[in-house]
Design a protein around this ligand. Sequence first.
Ligand code: S3P
Length: 426
Amino acid sequence: MIIITSPPEYFSGQLTVPGDKSITHRALMLGAISRGVTEIKGFLDAEDCRATINCLRLLGVKINVRDNRLLIEGRGMNLKKASKVLDAGNSGTTARLILGILAGQDFETTISGDLSLQKRPMKRIVEPLQSMGALFNGESDRLPITIKGGKLAPLNYKTPRASAQIKSAILLAALYAEGVTTVEEPYQSRNHTELMLAQFGANISVKERLVTLEGLPALKGRPVRVPGDISAAAFLMVAAALVPDSEVLLKDVGINPARRGVIDVLFQMGAHIEIQQERQWGSEPVADILIRGGSSLKGVEISGAMIPRLIDEIPALAVLAAVAEGKTVIRDADELRVKESDRISDLAGQLKKLGVNITETDDGMDIEGKAGLKGADVESCGDHRLAMALAVAGLAAEGETAVHGAEIINVSFPGFMPALRSLIIK
Ligand code: S3P
């Protein structure tokens, strides 16, 4: 449980946020199926990425930690049959992306996850993989799922929703298909898989929302430097923006255009934010981000192509919207209903307890900003991002806020509360 008492005077200082979760998963998986060694610097050491490590180890991949780096001895494209069921824990990215790789393996594997992950839809991955030739038991819309892979056919696929997990699972499977696979999305989702595949030697090209990949490449292991996770940074950015006189510098944060929607919206809301020292780590752009608190904030509309660019940051942004002037309208975000919790109804339900004026809609929410939230007992609903958002909301509330079930934060940001506390100046 986290307890937030009186609001801090202000936040000040600088810190480095943990490594990007999406990039860490992908570096592990591509390292596993490449030839040679992949060294990952700045990886996210949190439960979700440990789930990926454990699954890959069960599939015969040697992964060691040395000097804060992960060393992966790539097996090439063929993994080993696992001796037991793979456990993806709470991690949707682990389950969905590994299914893509398993589609190309000539053996049967069963993959499961925790109770939250067992409720999340998998048909969106299973259907395209089936069309490529992978075999599944029954309906397979929920974990546990048993997959038998093998020789695959290439696919031309239009995804019904902008989802990097769907796109990535198909691209990983396409590595095992002779010929050219294409994936087209309605809006662009995060493109870490495409960028990293090119770096590992795949023949891949991207034209707007259309990705084209040639199968059967000879992937080669390589060093990967993982930027700080903008999705983790978002909670600290919002905390600093909320509290007058704060000045926080977040170092080495990934600012990939497909992920930096939160920065764009903070600008639009009137937050004081500066992007400093822009540079490139491999194919990923990185910067230091300075946030000052106390600007007057106004409500905004967030919808359409912006949604995939900040899908994981909506809980954090909802907290800022709660104290901004005017109304914030979020639409086209029905995907939030099938995240680690129902991030529309669970977020609205918990924020209401703190006095937030929030109404849920089918595909989003309306938030009428106001001053003066009040402390309350709230629940993480088993969702790491809800837990962090509620802790940050507690900073803007009078009195004590207790976030129950906050251990779930370890899924993505184990040092979250110590990091936040290290910035508090009383
Ligand atoms: C992720 C993609 C997103 C995001 C998730 C991580 C990824 O999910 O919400 O936290 O690493 O590919 P969808 O692809 O389902 O939108």
